[in-house]
Design a binder for this molecule. Sequence first.
Ligand SMILES: Cc1cc2nc3c(=O)[nH]c(=O)nc-3n(C[C@H](O)[C@H](O)[C@H](O)COP(=O)(O)OP(=O)(O)OC[C@H]3O[C@@H](n4cnc5c(N)ncnc54)[C@H](O)[C@@H]3O)c2cc1C
Length: 450
Amino acid sequence: MGIPNKMSKNLKISIIGAGMGGLASALACAKAGFEDIEIFEAASDLGFVGAGIQLAPNMARILDKLGVWDPIAADAVVCEETSIRQGSTDDELGHVDLHYVKPTYQYDHMVGHRATLAGGLYDGCKREKAIKFTFGTTITDVQFSPQPSFTATPRKGEPYTVETDVLLAADGIKSIVRAAMLRELGAQDDVQDTGQAAYRIMLTREQMKDDPYMLALLDANKVTRWVGPKRHIIAYPISSKQIYNISTVQPDDNFAAAPSATYTTKGSKSAMMEVFADFVPNVKKMLDIVPDGEVCEWKLRVHSPLPTWIRGQVALVGDACHPTLPHLAQGAAQAIEDAAVLGVVLGKLIIHNPNSTPNPAEINQALRVYEKVRKERAETLVETAAAAGRAMHLGEGKEKEERDRQFKALKDGKGPVPDKWADADVQRIIYGFDAVAEADKAFEELVSKL
Ligand SMILES: Cc1cc2nc3c(=O)[nH]c(=O)nc-3n(C[C@H](O)[C@H](O)[C@H](O)COP(=O)(O)OP(=O)(O)OC[C@H]3O[C@@H](n4cnc5c(N)ncnc54)[C@H](O)[C@@H]3O)c2cc1C
């Protein structure tokens, strides 16, 4: 039984967080026909994240359906090959030709600038009258019943209470909604250290132009990975090849003295150079371009699988429920898959109840279908990403010998790719998944069983 005089499309959908998960969720809900969507973001604007991001076909397929892919793809770079190299020698361990990706999955594997991805989603949201942004406002005190509510505290102004029909918590790895949900269940909020941290660096064409080795990297349609024990560097050109994006992973030793809640720290350049001291001079030369004082290091944390992603009319989205190590380049892609599925399952409420508001049980049922379609897949990728890191970071020994034998076999076109994001079987699982089609197909079947 619905609430009189309020149609499904008028359900109030509140979203916490304007990261990739929150922006994509808002857009997917607007495209599904909802007319009252509000995003609350603690930061005063989207912020500028100076880093690249891989734009895998499963992400591109959704962004295209949401009508925002073309401008994002416009300055992204097609990744046609990947080369995995020994950091200490620059010898090529393995090489994968990725020309088959587009004919197989309809979209190229592209690499781009995070700001372009976030900006493209934001522009898409701004074109929707249904979506309202409330920046500079921090959410606390989330309640799950009788209906979702929370306190919104603007930077300037008094706190106020918001009651909503649906709450989507895309509030990242430090999610306060996840913590509150787990508290209600009597479970532990278990953010775990991975022992790994990442430096993110962007070099401009101007900075690279006089070095033939660097220029060749910038001008190639190639993702290059240099590996060593417990660390690696991954790099690719972005922004129409005007920027070379370098991202590293290494032990998080520099956080030893930091409080356990610290996620980023101003890194020292000499410490960074020390971590990669045994990498070849050509690679170190690139790291050395970064001005002293501009090194920032991110601690990489994950969370053990949650008992549930939903409670009542509240659902977790993105890093809030499946923070993923970057080794598969799928964290944001999976947040965007969450969003696409939410658009489909919540959209069914409009299709099934066009003239009345669905009751809380029906909203909860739709969110449970979301969880069914998404949770196992996302958690599988979390584990696959961790395994990919373990394979990349092997020190001397039998396992490394076996890995390098697999890389060698690749040169004869045989066997799996130990760098899992480039493995055809892993790609089939990741890229071959059409989140919208799957959710659409699964809805009628699953909803009758819940
Ligand atoms: C080094 C590195 C490389 C990566 N590379 C890739 C890649 O190539 N491809 C890929 O797909 N993924 C990649 N990822 C993963 C990807 O960046 C994340 O998975 C993704 O950005 C998560 O998005 P999100 O929206 O879930 O969370 P976030 O981006 O963390 O957004 C959460 C938002 O919520 C806001 N917020 C939090 N709490 C509150 C509150 N209480 N009130 C109001 N607002 C709040 C925050 O300010 C923030 O804006 C990488 C990650 C790392 C660390």
